[in-house]
Design a protein around this ligand. Structure first.
Ligand code: FBP
Length: 254
């Protein structure tokens, strides 16, 4: 099982450079399609951008993965195991896919969100233990989306993000994905606290300009992160593949 898992991880973490470039596309579940009016949300379009732009893998839900796999065999897919809609205020994501199902639709890894500090944290951590067991049995890498959700605090509050990232490392996820805290000074502390696991930053909402987003990617990498999982700042743009190639250059340093 260890070899199987390592082979899969080698597709997601570049074995030579240890760099990671992921593209995230679970937004139509998390935020709903209406928020993205006017943007083509066909998962295959997004998968082609990820493939052409040089992403190591694309993060999707199982239905999108099944659809993409019919047409695009090569791109590694990371399948989300839990989820929620934006139509509820409850800060919890429920298990919606098993690791076996993810494997059946061709997943190279699975992803699980923890809302750290939410009133449902206990339930989400308990479910995580079951997901970890399934991953162990299948040799499946696990990406932890370690996202603070504390009433009255910003979700990118650096003290909370440090705690969330460290929790992911302690709980044994293979890669931690968390929010960027807004500065190299604070994000380097996040990386330091979770130093025994690769950490990637989410891209966040749409930036004013491409230049601003590229600067954020540079700052994330300068902070010591292994890479990024980019979403809206890429696939909402017309020249998405070109933008992704630029991001890849920054992350890989070439
Ligand atoms: P972005 O790079 O577009 O920020 O996507 C990262 C991500 O975690 C998605 O995977 C997810 O759908 C979304 O952000 C959730 O955002 P939020 O936690 O702000 O609702």
């Amino acid at each position: 099982m260890f070899n199987k898992k390592q082979k899969r991880l080698n597709k997601i973490i570049d074995p030579k450079t240890k760099k990671i470039l992921l593209m995230a596309f679970d937004h139509a579940v998390e935020h709903g399609p209406v928020v993205y009016e006017g943007i083509n949300l066909d998962p295959l379009r997004i998968a082609k951008i990820a493939h052409e732009g040089g992403a190591n893998a694309l993060i999707v839900h199982s239905g999108a993965a099944k659809y993409i796999r019919k047409y695009l065999k090569k791109l590694p897919l990371i399948v989300k195991i839990n989820g929620r809609t934006d139509l509820t205020t409850k800060k919890i994501q429920s298990i919606i896919t098993t690791v076996k199902e993810a494997e059946c639709v061709g997943a190279t890894a699975v992803a699980y969100t923890v809302y750290v500090g939410s009133e449902y944290e206990d339930k989400m951590l308990e479910s995580l233990s079951h997901v970890k067991k399934q991953c162990l049995e299948k040799g499946m890498p696990l990406i932890g989306f370690m996202y603070p959700r504390v009433d009255g605090k910003n979700k990118d509050d650096s003290r909370l993000v440090r705690y969330a990232a460290r929790l992911g490392a302690e709980l044994g996820v293979d890669i931690v994905k968390t929010y960027y805290t807004g500065s190299k000074e604070t994000f380097s502390k996040v990386i330091k606290d979770a130093n025994f696991v690769p950490v990637v930053s989410a891209g966040g909402g749409m930036k004013e300009s491409e230049a601003e987003f590229f600067q954020m990617v540079r700052d994330v990498i300068d902070s010591g992160a292994s890479g990024m999982a980019v979403g809206r700042n890429v696939w909402e743009k017309e020249n998405a593949s070109a933008i992704l190639k630029e991001i890849r250059k920054i992350i890989y340093g070439s």
